[in-house]
Design a protein around this ligand. Structure first.
Ligand code: URA
Length: 279
């Protein structure tokens, strides 16, 4: 073998190096400009705006997301809004989301991570985006931070099966990077509709990104956690919303668990019907 081509041991050493560095996904050898590649012919919109009636009758089939190579992010966000607002049940929303091709995260993810738990629960918890374990299994919060979340819930007498859990972004960003503002904007109509359809009494935003994106907060999570906010659905329903620390952050900063404990106690009190606004 030539000096330039690594042998088996050399290739294994390169792979080990990548794994150590956190590279766990091979996307492609070359960068692609998908917008240029798909410039001609223009991609067909998933749903044309003028074709959308205000609300479909109950027995009409859900709108279909047509397969697309790539859609400009602004157009994808418009399509996401139209598709999401037509979903009449959580099952339908999941089906629509599974067929949606407007978010590029879908192409690198193994699974759609839609939700776990009981959709009729009074409590809905929303995180930022799935990680590697969630992507593999197709359920939110099943990895290390999910196990901590389970213990936090158990500490206030709740089982994960009796709450409803989802994420702002339902596909894993490659390498667990933070979802881009565009990816969040495209996925936001779906989580907004998911909250609207689940109709929880209490919405718990896990971590700064979920709190900022769902509650339109500008301040960081250490300032907003423990405070009750009002989340207003598109249909005008008010839901009490609480921001708290993300379990992944608590795994890195265990001393901060005392703050999360206060937040979860505030949730417990609210569930028990006690009035008050947290701290
Ligand atoms: N972190 C999140 O925000 N969501 C998950 O589902 C897992 C980890």
């Amino acid at each position: 073998m030539s000096d330039l081509v690594p042998d088996k041991a050399g290739l294994e050493a390169i792979l080990d190096y990548y794994v150590e560095a956190g590279v766990d996904l091979a996307l492609d050898e070359e960068p692609h400009d998908r917008f240029v590649e798909t410039a001609l012919p223009p991609p067909a919109p998933i749903v044309r705006r003028e074709e959308i009636a205000p609300r479909e009758p109950a027995d009409a089939p859900p709108p279909r997301a047509l397969p697309q190579a790539a859609v400009a992010p602004e157009e994808a966000a418009v399509q996401a809004r139209e598709l999401a607002r037509h979903a009449r049940s959580l099952e339908e929303l999941e089906t629509i989301l599974a067929a949606f091709e407007g978010c590029s995260l879908k192409s690198s993810a193994k699974n759609l991570v839609f939700a776990d738990g009981t959709p009729q629960s009074r409590v809905m918890l929303v995180g930022e985006a799935p990680g590697a374990d969630e992507d593999r299994i197709g359920k939110p919060f099943v990895g290390r931070s999910g196990q901590l979340l389970d213990r936090m819930l158990a500490a206030i007498g709740l089982d994960r099966a009796e709450v409803y859990i989802a994420n702002v972004v339902p596909w894993r960003p490659p390498g667990n990077r933070t979802p881009t503002p565009q990816e969040v904007a495209i996925c936001k109509p779906f989580i907004a509709r998911q909250i609207e359809l689940a109709k929880p009494d209490f919405l718990i935003c896990l971590g700064g990104p979920a709190a900022q994106n769902l509650l339109n907060l500008k301040e960081g999570i250490l300032r907003t956690r423990g405070r009750w906010f009002s989340y207003r659905t598109d249909e005008g329903r008010e839901i009490r919303a609480l921001a708290t620390l993300h379990p992944a952050y608590l795994l890195r900063q265990p001393l901060q668990k005392r703050l999360a404990w206060r937040d979860f106690l505030a949730l417990r009190r609210a569930l028990d019907g006690e009035t008050g606004t947290g701290e």
